[in-house]
Design a protein around this ligand. Structure first.
Ligand SMILES: [Zn+2]
Length: 315
């Protein structure tokens, strides 16, 4: 043990307390975590187990939200049959219910997953994508929620259509269709930001597999978004220039194939993220326990329990 050196600038990895000027061998005055622990950097295994558990909760909710989003027809079919048999409720209420449930789960999931680490040391490279994700979430929620309830509340207004072109080149779409496509588009952008964020935090495990899986997933999603923009562009253009319709069909087919590939990548990625977080939590807890034991031993060695001298307390 060398002489204790003062730390120039450092925050406690557990609670974020400023440890500047304190000795390396000491403990955080705020939460008692050994200062040495905060010197080891930002790997999740050295982070507060509570924080990593929040991230894992977020990853689980994001996974559940995506499952409801894709497989909501599984409970919907029997429920719709029950509704029809009992002559209560309606499909639009059921749709709105599932849309709102998906939205709430997605919102809480990504919000938890993008919780900033209170004890991050140095420059946080995940900050940019985390902030974009968090700025986008309330906005996306408003759009998706509006789309979910608008179908039943503003049916009259939304059944109106927009028409472009004239004669044979005429094309019309209803506001409701446009709204549901905007809602899907915004949903895709949120998930794109989330994938970029996972890409950056993968180095805190560190996991190259997770890093590659996330870059594949966001590249595919970026491609799908681009293809859909091309489909819309060619679809509108095709009303004026005939052959562009073939382009729209081709891009739509490509987007469909890419979507299937992406779904496998996405669920694989979230599953891997969860298992990596679980491993980080187990290690983080083991490290925290070992440190508590070590701290207890050190305290005992430095300050042995007072030996009662005969007469000192008795008198
Ligand atoms: Zn602390």
């Amino acid at each position: 043990m060398s002489t204790p050196t003062a730390i120039p600038s450092l925050r406690c990895l557990s609670c974020g307390y400023d440890l500047a000027g304190l000795p390396e061998s000491g403990h955080c005055p705020e939460c008692g975590t050994p200062i040495a622990r905060s010197l080891r950097g930002n790997l999740f295994r050295y982070a507060s187990p509570g924080y990593v558990r929040t991230l894992r909760g977020g990853a689980t909710l994001a996974l559940v939200a995506s499952l409801i989003y894709i497989f909501d027809w599984v409970p919907k079919i029997p429920l719709a049959m029950i509704f029809a048999a009992l002559q209560i409720g309606s499909m639009s209420v059921l749709d709105a219910f599932f849309d709102i449930a998906t939205l709430a789960t997605m919102l809480f999931g990504w919000w938890m997953l993008s919780t900033p680490d209170p004890a991050f040391v140095g420059v946080d490279s995940a900050r940019d994508w985390r902030v974009r994700l968090r700025v986008l979430l309330p906005f996306a929620s408003a759009v998706i929620l509006f789309n979910a309830v608008a179908g039943s509340v503003f049916r009259g207004v939304l059944s109106g259509t927009v028409t472009i072109g004239s004669g044979g080149a005429m094309m019309s779409f209803s506001y409701a269709e446009m709204l549901s496509w905007i809602s899907r588009f915004v949903h895709a952008i949120v998930i794109y930001c989330g994938l970029r964020y996972i890409h950056v935090i993968s180095m805190r495990f560190p996991s190259l597999k997770l890093r590659n899986a996330s870059s594949n997933a966001y590249a595919t999603l970026g491609m799908i978004i681009t293809l859909l923009v091309l489909v819309v562009g060619c679809g509108i253009g095709g009303r004026f220039v005939g052959w562009l319709v073939a382009g729209a069909v081709f891009f739509a087919a490509c987007a469909g194939i890419a979507l299937i590939v992406w779904l496998f990548q996405y669920f694989g990625l979230l599953g891997r993220l969860r298992s990596e977080l679980t491993r980080a939590i187990i290690t983080a807890e083991a490290i925290a326990q070992a440190e508590h034991r070590l701290a207890a031993q050190v305290t005992e060695a430095i300050q042995p329990p007072p030996i009662t001298q005969s007469g000192s307390e008795a008198s």
